[in-house]
Design a protein around this ligand. Structure first.
Ligand SMILES: Cc1cc2nc3c(=O)[nH]c(=O)nc-3n(C[C@H](O)[C@H](O)[C@H](O)COP(=O)(O)OP(=O)(O)OC[C@H]3O[C@@H](n4cnc5c(N)ncnc54)[C@H](O)[C@@H]3O)c2cc1C
Ligand code: FES
Length: 351
């Protein structure tokens, strides 16, 4: 058993043999940032100030050579080999809500875009409502201990309704089931709330939100939260999709603009095909952000979406002056069990 000390707050917790730092922190009720839980997204990055750790599960793929040379570690995979002193961000706001498992019933199912299904879920009779902070996600629990993460697209509702936006992944077991078979009245088992992609209210800086595809789901929940608070901070919402028909929340977001004059919406289409209707901006969504805001040193950025978008955007935004600790993101990677299999099957890597 080793002890981890967090430099900034002095908080300490024990790590059992074979446990990762993130698992031990969660067991101790300490919230450290994370998203993919598989070593690929980098959101759990911290700095090792003293001690040694190893990576017996997945290799730390999200760290480049420079980051490793500067003692960066990934808390979701790092297993201590001694006591550790760490410089890590804590997300205290999510510590108050304990995660739990519950049964939910599908109360609504509709096609939002050609490959995106909207689901409404409500606790089955007798189950208390799930509590969460806008922006968090849940795991859908499947057989054989498998779980599939999905962001919650709304904030807590009086009737307990949970809204999900599920993109159909080609060859994906659960998302194919959602698209083809799942029906209103069916039940699912879920666990939540999870994740640390939540509103940071202790800032007056302008905010930029960057969503790719269904990455708009948690962004919607966080923006609606700030609107409900009556924030006066500037908000730029960038939503990158392939085609105009994928902008399934466009009317709703234009409604936000009417509600809050400091909110600007920028739709960005990655498919360059000429548009018959009113022209929209084209290109990659992070490039649109950088073209409008070449200096990001005075902003807070929230982003979620496909791993490739997150990976390139986080490097480019930091290069444009954004301090890393003001970049909050969820990377929509596949589930940890699937990523572990994919990583293990690659030559040179063994879990
Ligand atoms: C924090 C978080 C939040 C997310 N939120 C959302 C959201 O709001 N909306 C959303 O649409 N998505 C979201 N995602 C992504 C979503 O979780 C995945 O798309 C989903 O888990 C896919 O599940 P599946 O069972 O359909 O596919 P899986 O069965 O997991 O398969 C995924 C892909 O991997 C391939 N594959 C499976 N096993 C192997 C293997 N052994 N070797 C090689 N390839 C393999 C499959 O063929 C398929 O192409 C989120 C992800 C994270 C981490
Ligand atoms: S790399 Fe650790 S949570 Fe993604």
């Amino acid at each position: 058993m080793f002890t981890v000390t967090l430099q900034s707050t002095g908080r300490r917790f024990d790590v059992a043999a074979g446990e990762t730092v993130l698992e031990a922190a969660q067991r101790a009720g300490i919230a450290l940032p994370y998203s993919c839980r598989a070593g690929v997204c980098g959101s759990c990055k911290a700095t090792l100030l003293a001690g040694r750790c190893g990576y017996p599960r997945n290799p730390p793929l999200a760290l480049d050579a420079d980051e490793r040379a500067h003692h960066a570690v990934l808390l979701c995979q790092a297993v201590p080999a001694s006591d550790l002193l760490l410089e890590a961000r804590e997300v205290a706001s999510v510590e108050d809500i304990a995660r739990r498992q519950l049964g939910v019933r599908v109360t609504g199912k509709h096609l939002l875009a050609p490959d995106v299904t909207g689901l409404h879920l409500r606790p089955v009779d007798g189950e208390p409502r799930l509590q969460w902070l806008p922006g968090q996600y849940l795991d859908v629990l499947l057989d054989e201990d498998r779980r599939r993460p999905f962001s919650i697209a709304n904030g807590p509702q009086p009737d307990g309704t949970i809204e999900l936006h599920v993109r159909h992944v080609a060859g994906g077991g659960f998302t194919s089931r959602v698209a083809d078979e799942l029906a209103v009245g069916d039940t699912l088992r879920i666990e939540g709330p999870l994740g640390t992609f939540v509103a940071r209210e202790d800032s007056e800086r302008p905010m930029i939100f960057v969503a790719g595809g269904t990455g708009i789901a948690p962004v919607k929940a966080i923006v609606e939260h700030f609107l409900a608070l009556g924030t006066r901070r500037a908000m730029d919402v960038y939503w990158g999709v392939r085609h105009a028909e994928d902008l399934y929340l466009r009317t709703q977001i234009e409604g936000w603009q009417r509600q809050a004059r400091q909110l600007r919406f920028h739709a960005v289409l990655s498919d360059m095909a000429p548009l018959a209707a009113a022209p929209l901006r084209t290109g990659l969504v992070h490039e649109a952000v950088l073209s409008d805001h070449p200096d990001l040193s005075g902003h807070d950025i929230y982003m979620s979406g496909p791993p490739a978008m997150i990976d390139i955007a986080r490097h480019r935004f930091v290069a444009a002056g954004l301090p890393e600790d003001r970049l909050y993101y969820d990377s929509f990677d596949y589930a940890p069990d699937v990523l572990a299999q994919i990583i293990a099957s690659r030559a040179g890597f063994h879990a």
